[in-house]
Ligand binder design. Structure first.
Ligand code: ZN
Length: 198
């Protein structure tokens, strides 16, 4: 890409580290950024830096947040006796978009995958079990319908059942191999409402 000046080439290269951004998109973004007013570019880069610096895991549910406890765990309006277990903060966001779920979450930050060498100790399972020592009525397992997601769901249900807490799994409205965040809200709601006891 030596037909661009050094600075522009570097910007294009940096943008390509983002997922889904190939050479063409990176070029388009780079030229857009260059044409933006300076203060807008400043705001964008300041936001990037401060988000990266201040972001951490919620001490209760392990979603990404910028305070000790995330807004959902801090909310008195939520039902803290109902915990939905998801793989990522993006999955949490997908369920929040439905606006119909009133419980809280537990974000595993991954899923069990023997193939990738990710075991139960590599995701936030211990932390989930610790939460279940409190006053919890139901654990809704909403991991993805992938091999890893199903393996994780089975593992969790086996862990939780002996505690006597109700364990449910979201319905099959979520297509097999489906990534939760790409599924529309109606399908997600249907999956949540049609959940079955494990
Ligand atoms: Zn939280």
């Amino acid at each position: 890409m030596d037909y661009f000046s050094e600075g522009i080439s570097q910007l294009i290269e940096q943008l390509q580290v983002l997922p889904g951004i190939g050479a063409k998109s990176a070029q388009r973004l780079a030229f857009h950024i260059i044409s933006m007013p300076e203060e807008k570019v400043d705001r964008l880069s300041d936001t990037l830096k401060s988000v990266r610096k201040n972001i951490r895991y919620c001490s209760e549910c392990f979603t990404l947040t910028d305070s000790e406890k995330c807004p959902i765990c801090s909310s008195a309006k939520r039902n803290h006796r109902m915990i939905m277990v998801v793989e990522t903060s993006r999955d949490l966001a997908a369920y929040e978009k439905t606006g119909k779920y009133e419980g809280v979450y537990h974000v595993l930050n991954g899923a069990i995958s023997p193939m990738l060498g990710i075991g139960p100790g590599d995701i936030r399972l211990k932390e989930l079990m610790r939460r279940l020592e409190g006053d919890v009525e139901e654990v809704i397992i909403a991991t993805n319908s992938t091999l890893e997601g199903e393996t994780t769901a089975m593992y969790i249900s086996r862990l939780v059942k002996p505690t006597g807490i109700r364990v449910t799994r979201i319905a099959n409205g979520v297509p097999v191999g489906g990534d939760l965040e790409n599924i529309d809200e109606v399908t997600l709601l249907r999956a949540l409402e049609g959940r079955t006891v494990l």
